[in-house]
Design a protein around this ligand. Structure first.
Ligand code: P6P
Length: 341
């Protein structure tokens, strides 16, 4: 039997990465495997949503003041459960939980990583069958191993991320993660129940023609952002062709498309949301890390977003992310003198 070794599973890929770092403990591989397992369980429910009583609201409101969907809660339970019972994570933070969860058992306390995630981003789209996703971010803890993790392990700038990724539950289920060595995508093969390498060494095209923004908020955006959107509507893009606007209100789907095809995703601050809507720690930073490793750029409108020192677990941030040349064109407007007026 000829085995095609080119089609590596996620586990084979992460273990092969260990070959290049003999001193590595394999903990990161284990953590990614745990996240992948939880995502498989979420995927099963997402794929049959509508057939079973898992759609709709729980009647609860999360720390963000948003209605908690049954699938949100289910997804959160899967990730917390797998990571708590794994051996590679000292604690987690989640969009669905007010505070950090420190696993505080001898094995978990001896883990060197913590993980933050949005267990099911875009949940408002669940009931209408639009692609949704899980976003995760992994840091090395800064507190002493052997002791319980603390809040300071989570309030690290995004430039300290060891790895970040997302799972998009769409026409297929794709697990994308990046480390400083690169970004790779793995498509879930239902026939073997494994994620198989399908998008090796993802690079974000330097330019593109897609701009993603919610036009419904247009008149509440800063003037500099309005001017850039005006360019997108009236002028050719940095490739020389016309722009196209694509925005489906599910960040994982919008950013995944732009990462592969080239484009820019914007969730600016507005007059009614001066800090924007998206969360810095488990939405903005993971995608900023992935897109930067893939060759793109990410900012909060004022600075490289990965350099922002977080102060609160669920703090929000304006967010602009995408192809290098498109981001540089946007920054020309954001940094212009009248933008600072
Ligand atoms: P708006 C989904 O609720 C989400 O957090 C992101 O996935 C998405 O990009 C954004 O909000 C959409 O927000 O205000 O455009 O509906």
């Amino acid at each position: 039997m000829v085995v095609d070794r080119k089609i590596l599973t996620l586990d084979e890929f992460t273990i092969q990465q260990l070959r290049d770092f003999p001193q590595a403990t394999g903990e990161l591989s284990g953590l990614l495997r745990d996240i992948g397992l939880a995502a498989k369980r979420v995927n099963v429910e997402v794929n049959k949503a509508g057939l079973v009583d898992i759609l709709g609201d729980t009647g609860n409101i999360n720390v963000q003041g948003e209605e908690v969907k049954k699938l949100d809660e289910f997804a959160n339970d899967q990730f917390v459960g797998v990571l708590r019972h794994g051996i590679s994570c000292a604690g987690i933070a989640s969009e669905e939980l007010d505070d950090i969860v420190v696993f505080n058992d001898p094995v978990s306390n001896n883990s060197k990583y913590i993980c933050m995630f949005d267990p099911l981003d875009g949940s408002a789209n669940i009931d209408v069958n639009i692609s949704i996703g899980t976003i995760f971010s992994i840091y090395r803890r800064v507190t002493e191993k052997g002791k319980p993790a603390e809040l300071k392990d989570f309030l690290q700038p995004g430039n300290q991320q060891v790895a970040a990724g997302y799972i998009i539950y769409g026409s297929s289920t794709i697990f994308v993660y990046g480390t400083r060595r690169g970004v790779n995508g793995f498509t879930l093969d239902p026939s073997i129940g494994e994620y198989s390498l399908s998008h090796p060494d993802i690079k974000c095209p330097e330019s593109g023609n897609i701009y993603s923004v919610n036009h419904g908020h247009f008149f509440r955006y800063p003037e500099s952002v309005k001017k850039y959107i005006d360019v997108c509507q009236h002028k050719n893009n940095t490739n020389g062709g016309p722009y196209t606007q694509r925005y489906i209100g599910s960040m994982v789907a919008d950013v995944h498309r732009n990462l592969l095809k080239g484009g820019i995703f914007m969730y600016p601050e507005t007059t009614d949301k001066p800090n924007g809507k998206l969360r810095l720690l488990y939405e903005c930073n993971p995608f900023a890390f992935i897109v930067e490793v893939a060759g793109g750029k990410a900012t909060n409108g004022k600075e490289r977003i990965l350099d922002v020192q977080p102060t609160e677990l669920h703090q929000r941030s304006p967010f602009f992310v995408g192809s290098k040349k498109m981001m540089e064109e946007l920054e020309g407007f954001l940094n212009s003198k009248d933008a600072k007026a």
